[in-house]
Design a protein around this ligand. Sequence first.
Ligand code: B1M
Length: 232
Amino acid sequence: MSDEEDIILSELDDEELVQQMFDDLYDGLKEEIEEAVNILLERKWAPYDILTKALVGGMTIVGADFRDGILFVPEVLLAANAMKGGMSILKPLLAETGAPRMGSMVIGTVKGDIHDIGKNLVAMMMEGAGFEVVDIGINNPVENYLEALEEHKPDILGMSALLTTTMPYMKVVIDTMVEQGKRDDYVVLVGGAPLNEEFGKAIGADGYCRDAAVAVEMAKDFVARKHNQLGA
Ligand code: B1M
């Protein structure tokens, strides 16, 4: 029997449990991650803290070893799958905060890019803050964004890109909106690990969101401003 089989998650203290979650996420152990999330919830951890301190924290370690060639795509896929298992437990808890309805958002990952964990997290947090969110998934060409905007008429368009090769596509979407005279109808927020504020400005977005919490704050801010303008 290996050492790992001897570990009883519920017997670990919080700090040890979070460390163990980092290991289990790294090893792509979905059931263990789900069990640990439930244990932390029973211990009255806030869902947001579990998300950021345990799950995102663990994924950061995976990301570093992926970058350094220690982990490869199949292992990272397993880690992502384990992370999604944990996120699915937290999703209803983050969404049901009873926050008043704030506005609406269409969000999707751009063409050529299949990363969706960050986008999903933003969607979850936005729902929790009272936004209605239409998630159009991954690998979206400009037509998908335009169709979704037409159909749902959201306040905000959110775009996610995790690759330096796909982030320029955000400009394609924004430029097309400009060409079609639709740019000013929406607040455009962008995010993803390789982006920064300068890039957001350069492509003509209204805001660059470093993380999901910033996305929520910016979205609230823009919607409040829009309502003030309408009321003025
Ligand atoms: Co990919 N991958 N990956 N990968 N992957 C990165 C992004 C990379 C940085 C890893 C590395 O080398 N260190 C690197 C990109 C390098 C670069 O371009 N500079 C990389 C690469 C190279 C690749 C492939 C090309 C690998 C290959 O095939 N050789 C390939 C590309 C596939 C494709 O998209 N076409 C690939 C594939 C994959 C997997 C499929 C294995 C898997 C994705 C699974 C999935 O998402 N379902 C994967 C993963 C998991 C990662 C890392 C390890 C983790 C990403 C993640 O989920 N982070 C990542 C390393 C890293 O980012 N450090 C990496 C956790 C998440 C919560 O954070 O997504 O940053 P993040 O989201 C944050 C913020 O950025 C922000 O808020 C979120 C929450 O706080 N945010 C937004 C994100 N989107 C937003 C949208 C908004 C607002 C805020 O709208 C308003």
